[in-house]
Ligand binder design. Structure first.
Ligand code: GDP
Length: 690
């Protein structure tokens, strides 16, 4: 018959895994009593060990959900805190210390909380029981305690003593029953005394006749009756039993000596219940009956929860199975797939284009610096000379000045650190693309995986950076000394640079438009013509105009200078565009007249060489290593808990996994409860048949 409680406790433990829902609570025995009524002593006498927190400073601040599991064939007795993962604790004074720490962790300000501590105790000497120990009632709050504490404890107890729980109301024999807070509380929720067991402690402290009259009390009749106990640990026992030995025998012996010394009041003929063993039996029987009664209700509640979970699973997830491992594996697979697609489309031509574009910009900068820019920072400075716009086209083909200028410009380009620039550009592009792939993948909702992926990517790129950059730099070295150009290259360069110049012109126009929009067309015109006049010397400034001039603020003057710079630059580019398209620039022979074309040809040569090595040193290496790094960081090497943590980062996946777990757990619980009911039905019919 006792199988039922044990199985029900098992089912309850299964159900707590899916989060406690009110409908699914199975009955427990809730222990209430005033402070010092002997509550702890009773529980410890049942368990056979001193394990509860002791001390004057209100040590029970959280409910302790105590599950006793009878292990008939085992020798060892031990406790476990399932939520803490501390493993089996065989030293009960260690359990006591842990409970004390857990209770004292509740701040003095809150004093009590309804967050329960779960403790399982396994022993061949304990019955299968589920008990909940609650903070003891107090009369008045102490000086260092909040005034509302009394009410808080009372509220907490009220929450637990609701049906279907059984109330174990502890009262001391030396206190008038009418003053028992425990009995008064039980009366409020169980007015007919149907699910309350009265325990009278400290029977040894009152006259036996008085003790007898308490146990047969008619003022507070309880259907389940009263049990008198002497549950204090005898002094002699504590000396050698602390921490390890079982104290039940010593308590029972001591208690028995007392009760049997008064056979008139407590003997068999007196018809009262006394003694811890009697109390234990009663608790087991009552819990068993209550569990049996709640069987049908619990079954219905579980099956209803299961129905809801099944419905949710169908509607929200279309009955799609999922596990953390399968989710990770699929996510990784599809990410690798998208990476492969990217790798197939990002090869030499793409790298070439990227790099050429970068060098085109560098060419524009060098041209601006060496040929085009007029110094206008200082309003009082004279115009630069010689002017490539007016002078260059007229210059002698052998003019040394323009030769040197082109050589210096070429050298600027070949020596700008092409190796580093090229590697930076390509590595940056790879990194950006990987970021994009992550953003479009399932990993976008997983910070942990994102980190792992970006670390994998950056790790490889950093590893390859210096050697790639060195290799590229080495290979372009010959261009630093000599550059041979062929006519077809010139033609191609001429075409390309025309396009680059045109783009540059549009960029310049757009920038001018932005300044115009910002300042206002008319105002910009005014301030620009003022700055122009200053530059021509028509207007003389005191100083350099830093404090404003001509009625314009210094900020506006700056805008004017910017406008002029952009206008002049656009003019120059237009002129140079014409020059590049002119007959003069159509042939390699006139390369000194056409630095734009020549530099483009050089940039193109640098690009082609760099791409060859970038492809081998960086791209191929990256494409080979990256998927392997992903496997290392996100593949089989992750532990189960890491995989679980990863999957649960995404709220929708977490919910999906939770609902599957809930469904499975409820199915298991339902199956167990069904077989229990069948068992119950059968044993009832055999009982009836007898
Ligand atoms: P709690 O505060 O309700 O948990 O009470 P305790 O179990 O700590 O007991 C309070 C005090 O009463 C302790 O000093 C116990 O030794 C003592 N005590 C408990 N039960 C008995 C008993 O049956 N007889 C006697 N004489 N003392 C007891």
């Amino acid at each position: 018959m006792m199988v039922l409680t044990r199985k029900m406790i098992e089912i309850r433990n299964i159900l707590t895994q899916v989060g406690q829902s009110n409908t699914l609570t199975l009955p427990s025995i809730v222990v209430i009593g005033s402070q010092s009524s002997g509550k702890s002593s009773v529980l410890e006498a049942i368990v056979g060990h001193e394990f509860l927190p002791k001390g004057s400073n209100m040590v029970t601040r959280r409910p302790i959900e105590l599950t006793l599991v009878n292990t008939p064939n085992a020798q060892a007795e031990y406790g476990e805190f399932p939520a803490l993962g501390l493993g089996k604790i065989t030293d009960f004074s260690q359990i006591q210390r842990t409970l004390t720490d857990l209770n004292l962790a509740v701040s003095g300000k809150d004093c009590v909380t309804d967050d329960p501590i779960q403790l399982h105790i396994y022993s061949p000497h304990v019955p299968d029981l589920s008990l909940i120990d609650l903070p003891g009632y107090i009369q008045v709050a102490g000086a260092d305690q909040p005034p509302e504490l009394k009410q808080k404890i009372s509220d907490l107890c009220d929450k637990y003593i609701q049906a279907p729980n059984i109330i174990l109301a502890i009262s001391a024999a030396d206190v008038d029953l009418a003053n028992s807070t425990a009995l008064r509380a039980s009366r409020r929720v169980d007015p007919r005394g149907e699910r309350t067991i009265g325990v009278i402690t400290k029977m040894d402290l009152v006259d036996p006749a008085r003790g007898f009259s308490i146990l047969t009390d008619q003022k507070y009749p309880l259907r389940l009756g009263y049990v008198g106990v002497v549950s204090r640990v005898p002094q002699t026992a504590t000396l050698f039993s602390r921490g390890s030995g079982n104290i039940t025998t010593a308590i029972v012996k001591n208690e028995k000596a007392f009760f049997s010394a008064h056979p008139g009041e407590f003997g068999p003929s007196a018809d009262v219940s006394v003694g811890v063993p009697v109390l234990r039996k009663k608790l087991m029987a009552v819990l068993e009956q209550t569990m049996a009664r709640s069987l049908a209700g619990t079954r219905d509640a579980i099956s209803q929860e299961l129905e809801e979970a099944t419905y949710e699973f169908k509607v929200q997830y279309n009955d799609r199975p999922l596990s953390a491992e399968s989710y990770l594996a699929e996510s990784l697979d599809s990410f690798k797939h998208s990476f492969k697609a990217f790798a197939e489309n990002f090869g030499r031509p793409q790298v070439r284009e990227l790099l050429k574009h970068e060098l085109d910009q560098r060419v524009m900068d060098i041209l601006a610096q060496r040929y085009w820019n007029k110094p206008i920072e200082d309003l009082t400075a004279p115009l630069a000379e010689p002017d490539p716009l007016s002078d260059l086209p007229k210059a002698d083909a052998e003019n040394l000045y323009w030769r040197r200028k082109l050589d210096a410009s070429t050298s600027n380009l070949t020596k700008l650190g092409v190796g580093r620039v090229a590697t930076t550009v390509v590595a940056g592009a790879l990194q950006q693309h990987i970021e994009q792939l992550v953003a479009q993948s399932t990993f976008s909702t997983h910070p942990y995986a994102q980190n792992a992926i970006m670390e994998a990517c950056n790790g490889i790129l950093n590893d390859r950076f210096f050697s790639t950059s060195d290799q590229v730099e080495n290979c372009i070295k010959p261009y630093k000394f000599e550059i041979e150009v062929e006519e077809p290259e010139w033609t191609k360069g001429r075409e390309n640079v025309s396009k680059v110049l045109k783009d540059e012109l549009s960029a310049c126009d757009a920038a001018f438009k932005r300044v115009e929009d910002n300042v206002g067309r008319r105002k910009l015109k005014d301030v620009m013509s003022f700055v122009d006049r200053v530059r021509k010397g028509d207007v003389v400034l005191d100083g350099n105009g830093a404090g404003g001039a001509g009625g314009f603020s210094s900020a506006l003057l700056a805008k004017g200078r910017e406008g002029i710079f952009l206008r002049d630059r656009a003019d120059i580019i237009k002129m140079r565009l014409l020059a590049v398209r002119s007959k003069q620039c159509s042939t390699l022979k006139n390369k000194y007249y056409c630095p734009e074309v020549f530099l483009d040809v050089v940039a193109d040569k640098l690009t082609s060489t760099a791409v060859l090595f970038l492809n081998v040193e960086l791209l191929s290496e990256f494409y080979y290593n990256f998927p392997r790094e992903l496997d290392l960081r996100l593949g089989r090497h992750l532990s189960d808990s890491e995989v679980e943590r990863f999957a649960r980062e995404d709220p929708r996946v977490r919910n999906h996994l939770d609902i599957i777990k809930k469904k499975e757990t409820l199915e298991l619980a339902l199956q167990k409860i069904e077989s229990l009911r069948q068992l119950e039905g059968r044993s009832r019919s055999t009982r009836d048949a007898r």
